[in-house]
Design a protein around this ligand. Structure first.
Ligand code: 13P
Ligand code: SF4
Length: 365
């Protein structure tokens, strides 16, 4: 039966939402085990309700590798997550992203040619292959994961960055960490590496904007990337909360800048933030520094606690929010009609090397 999505879209807003929901639910039930929907914690409530598995980046990578029987994996998240799912899934599985424009601006702050150039420039100052290990945050293109795979390196997420860095330092003296400077700095600092042994790498400047001495001193080269959603949280937000409520517990994502992480009570991945809230006693008061959809959901799901955004203005991820109920319905309708739309495919040669780096991560964490 051909479902008439376009016709449904012209109906009244609430009728439209309920039609889209029933359309998705029907197709989901018709496709049964052939379909798995994965949803990141930053997705909107109306979308994530359909996810078979929810998670942070690490869990979703593991889930994608595990659901070997599904023919289709619909990824409600951003592009690098769908690429990771494609790399870790079986060759005959198709990964679909409801909006192919849902990229991650942080992931786009490093590209393969700039990283190769950085590697070559570092190579003029030190023995890169013997001394430096490249580690990419999972928020990066498959091409960068492949670069890490080819040079002995690995991938990390916000929940395993410390164990992956420890793994890296067992192998080489220094790490080139891209693209998120904040996760790299916060993690290395927590491991006891002093700030003087970290060098910020600006890809548009010779030697990344460093002198030779600073590079020789550095144990971590931090790519100059950042997440605009998390960089909006400032130390003043933490201090304002503490003045208002001395008992407040502040928890933030490690993509926040160091000054914010240092002032917070705790920092952790989206899964860690959820876990900490879930295991806290009723009456706990929280100010949470991460994407607003997740904070709002925690607020509604934990009425026994008092949960608020760290900043007065909630911080939404524009690209995560590109995945809407309507776009999910469109890819699902395609599947019901035997059509694969919005497929994310990583070329075989890139996937092969990227898989090496991802598997090293999965083993190290
Ligand atoms: P998590 O791995 O903590 O879910 O983070 C993903 C992300 O994009 C955070 O901005
Ligand atoms: Fe990328 Fe930041 Fe959005 Fe996460 S919150 S997907 S890092 S832009």
């Amino acid at each position: 039966m051909k479902r008439k999505l376009d016709q449904r879209i012209s109906e009244s807003a609430s009728q439209q939402i309920s039609n889209l929901q029933s359309l998705i639910a029907t197709i989901k039930s018709d496709l049964g085990d052939q379909l798995v929907i994965l949803g990141h914690h930053y997705q909107r409530d109306d979308v994530i309700q359909f996810a078979d598995f929810r998670g942070d980046s690490l869990k979703l990578a593991r889930d994608a590798a595990k659901c070997v029987d599904a023919k289709y994996i619909v990824f409600c998240g951003v592009h690098f997550m769908a690429e990771t799912a494609d790399i870790l899934s079986q060759p005959d599985q198709a990964v679909l992203l409801p909006d192919l424009k849902a990229g991650c601006p942080l992931a786009e702050m490093a590209n393969r040619s700039d990283v190769e150039e950085a590697w070559a420039q570092l190579g003029k100052v030190m023995d890169v292959e013997g001394e430096v290990l490249p580690i990419t945050y999972v928020n990066s293109s498959a091409a960068l994961k492949a670069f890490c795979g080819q040079h002995g390196g690995s991938v990390c997420t916000s929940s395993n960055a410390a164990s992956v860095l420890a793994w890296a330092f067992e192998r080489r003296r220094r790490v080139l960490f891209f693209p998120d400077q904040h996760l790299g700095r916060n993690t290395a600092k927590k491991m006891g590496i002093p700030l003087e042994e970290m060098a910020l790498w600006n890809p548009s400047l010779p030697l990344g904007g460093n002198d030779v001495e600073a590079l020789k001193r550095a144990r971590v080269f931090l790519w100059r990337g950042f997440c605009n959603v998390h960089q909006r949280f400032k130390p003043e937000h933490v201090t304002a909360w503490r003045e208002r409520d001395p008992e407040i517990r502040v928890i933030v994502h490690p993509e926040c800048e160091m000054a914010v992480v240092d002032l917070a009570d705790e920092a952790g991945s989206t899964a860690t933030i959820i876990k900490r809230v879930e295991e806290s006693p009723p009456g706990t008061r929280w100010a949470i520094g991460t994407e607003a959809n997740l904070v709002n959901r925690l607020k509604h799901e934990h009425l026994e606690q008092v949960i608020d955004h760290l900043s007065s203005e909630p911080s939404y991820c524009r690209t995560m929010n590109l995945i809407t109920l309507e776009k999910l319905a469109r890819v699902m309708e395609g599947l019901a009609e035997g059509e694969i739309t919005n497929q994310v495919t990583v070329p075989d040669d890139v996937a092969r090397d990227a898989r090496v780096a991802l598997e090293r991560m999965l083993e190290a964490s």
